[in-house]
Write a protein that binds this ligand. Structure first.
Ligand SMILES: [Mg+2]
Length: 393
């Protein structure tokens, strides 16, 4: 009987740099570094494979990348463009299975358990996805196939770029054995150091430990790492929540054309909707505003965003949509805000380039606000822009 390989991990190759090379053909075949001008003090977000030949890597200071390869082309991050393409890629992926979990701007898991009758074997599905992404978007995507998420993610990285790699259950233990512990999903630098002090360097070293030993040494994560070392990963591909969107709208008692009032309304709606998202551990990947004029003509404007549940980010983007859409200032009878493309919020913390670029830690501010409201009631704390705004409902 064929071994079960029902999980795909699809990961775009050198995503930001590839989009830049796609949009500007003169950059193709060249060392491209996305992360800021060569004088910037930022770090490399992504670099093309040509740049990797010079030793340039993600998260390296741009200045260091410049020293390694002065002739490289240095570009700043164009997030709106990457998000646009990312959305198109996810829409291709979602054609192959309704069970898709987006884990960052350029990677997603698919559970294809029930789709093979439609699209063929896992391998055939992998090749179809690669072909379609290349044809429709001009980008290469690497696909890893296995029987769980950890191994599928490991597999997508084994044959990059433009790879397709399958890890079957019978191969997993031997394949994992020689790899450094850092290849285990969730083992960062710090854990790696603690394991190093225990003399554990490879995944094989973990396999050789008696069960329970690592848990005693480093706590409950030890159990998880031991299981992963054995190729055991019970996490399921978590598809978007049942609910696909959340929205609020208000019909005004009298038509209005007061932008300041609308901005306050956005802040109020964003605060309310994001609190609901956080409560259900969801995040949204699209924002839509709705304007209905006094003659009942209705327009909507949407934007795709990196999944988030922060009301500051939502208000800001909705505010920009409003600014662009509401230049005529004609009287409105209704305004609405909705958040769509909802998915589980417990993404894997890693690869969140967008968030790491935000200067303030909005997530912890949100968490703090939720906690205070939970304990002291909804009126206990408000963002400054919501104060003096109690008449809005
Ligand atoms: Mg990638």
């Amino acid at each position: 009987m064929a071994e079960l390989t029902n999980i795909l991990h699809c990961d775009l190759d050198a995503f930001f740099a590839s989009v830049e090379q796609l949009d500007n053909p003169s950059l193709r075949g060249k060392a491209v570094v996305v992360g800021g001008s060569r004088h910037s003090r930022g770090v490399v977000s992504t670099c093309s494979y040509e740049a990797r030949k010079y030793g340039i890597r993600s998260a390296m200071p741009v200045a260091q990348a410049y020293r390694l390869c002065p002739q490289a082309v240095f570009l700043s991050v164009n997030m709106p463009r990457y998000l646009e393409i990312s959305q198109q890629v996810f829409s291709v992926l979602s054609q192959y299975s309704p069970i898709m979990e987006i884990i960052s701007i350029d990677e997603a898991f698919l559970d294809i358990s029930s789709c093979s009758r439609l699209y063929g074997s896992p391998e055939e599905i992998g090749y179809s996805i690669k072909k379609q992404v290349k044809l429709e978007l001009g980008l290469t995507i690497s696909v890893g196939i296995s029987y769980n998420k950890f191994l599928a993610k490991l597999a997508s990285d084994m044959d990059k770029p433009d790879g397709l790699c399958i890890i079957a259950e019978s191969q997993a233990l031997e394949l994992l054995r020689p790899l450094p512990v850092s290849r285990i999903w969730g083992i960062g630098e710090k854990t790696q150091e603690s394991l190093d002090r225990l003399g554990i360097k490879t995944i094989g070293d973990i396999q050789d430990l008696p069960s329970g030993w690592l848990e005693d040494k480093i706590g409950s994560a030890g159990r998880l790492f031991w299981e992963l070392a054995y190729g055991i990963d019970k996490r399921e591909v978590e598809t978007g929540h049942e609910r696909k969107s959340l929205s609020r709208e208000q019909t005004f008692p009298e038509d209005i054309n007061d932008s300041t009032y609308l901005e306050k309304l956005i802040a109020q709606f964003a605060d309310d909707l994001c609190r609901k998202l956080r409560k259900e551990e969801l995040q949204a990947a699209s924002i839509t505003i709705k304007l209905r004029y006094s003659n009942f003509k209705t327009i909507t404007r949407s934007k795709t965003i990196n999944p988030c549940n922060s009301d500051i980010i939502v208000s800001q983007i909705a505010g920009e949509l409003l600014q662009n859409a509401y230049k005529n200032k004609e009287p409105l009878r209704l305004f609405g805000l909705s958040l769509g493309h909802l998915s589980a919020a417990k993404s894997l913390e890693q690869g969140s380039l967008f968030e790491s670029q935000l200067k303030t830690d909005y997530k912890s501010i949100d968490r703090l606000m939720d906690e205070i409201r939970e304990r002291f009631g909804p009126e206990a704390i408000n963002r400054a822009n919501l104060l003096n705004n109690k008449d809005i409902e």
